[in-house]
Design a binder for this molecule. Structure first.
Ligand SMILES: [Zn+2]
Ligand SMILES: [Zn+2]
Length: 188
C-alpha cells in the first residue's frame, strides 16, 4: 500500500506502520489504488525522563490526547490530573537508559503496564495489555510540549473543585464507554 504526500511516497504495511519512505518513479506512483488519510500517518515523538537517563523516541500514529482526573492519575502524577497521548501501533526506541515496569489492575479489570525510569521514577508510558495495539505516552515527558491540547476530560467527578472545564471540550464523569469521540474530536 502506498500514499503520496508532496511527491514523497510512504510505504505502509498492514499494521499502518511506515516501513519505507522514498520518491518513487512516476509510473509506480500511479499504480497506487488507495490513498491514506494524512492524519493516519506515522509520526515520531522524542522525550526523556526528569533525570535524563532515559531518552526515547516513539514512532506511531497519534490518535488523541485527553486529561484524566481519576484518583490513580492524581496520585501517579502527584498533581491534579494526568494526561495521555494515545499512539496506535507505537514502537519505542531508547537512545539511553532502561525502562522499569510495574503492572496494575484498571477499574475495568484490565492489566495496565506502566514504564518508568528506574533512577528518577518519571512515568513515561502506559499500555493496557488487553488493548495491545495502543500505547499511551505521558506527554509531559516530550521534548516539545507546546502542541499538547486535550480533546476532553475524563473522570471529571473526581476532578479538583477549582478546575475550570472548557465547555467546548468533551467531558465524561468516569471512563467513557468508547474513546472514539475523543479520537474524532482531537485536532492536531
Ligand atoms: Zn530518570
Ligand atoms: Zn486516570
Amino acid at each position: 500500500m502506498t500514499a503520496t504526500i508532496n511527491k514523497t511516497v510512504y510505504l505502509i504495511n498492514m499494521q499502518g506502520n511506515v516501513v519505507h519512505t522514498r520518491n518513487m518513479p512516476y509510473d509506480r506512483q500511479h499504480r497506487s489504488t488507495r490513498t491514506l488519510d494524512v492524519s493516519a500517518m506515522n509520526k515520531q515523538f522524542e522525550g526523556q525522563c526528569q533525570c535524563g537517563e532515559v531518552k526515547y523516541r516513539v514512532t506511531g500514529i497519534p490518535v488523541t490526547i485527553f486529561a484524566c482526573h481519576c484518583t490513580e492519575c492524581q496520585r501517579q502524577s502527584s498533581s491534579a490530573f494526568g494526561m495521555a497521548l494515545w499512539i496506535r501501533h507505537g514502537t519505542v526506541e531508547l537512545f539511553s537508559g532502561t525502562l522499569q515496569k510495574w503492572v496494575r489492575r484498571t477499574p475495568s479489570g484490565n492489566t495496565m503496564e506502566c514504564s518508568f525510569c528506574p533512577t528518577c521514577g518519571t512515568r513515561l508510558f502506559h499500555k493496557v495489555l488487553e488493548r495491545s495495539e495502543m500505547m499511551s505516552i505521558k506527554p509531559g515527558t516530550l521534548n516539545d510540549t507546546r502542541w499538547l491540547k486535550p480533546a476532553g476530560h475524563i473522570w471529571t467527578k473526581s476532578a479538583q473543585p477549582w478546575i475550570c472545564f472548557d465547555s467546548n471540550l468533551l467531558q465524561y464523569e468516569g471512563n467513557p464507554d468508547t474513546f472514539s469521540e475523543l479520537m474524532a474530536a482531537w485536532k492536531h
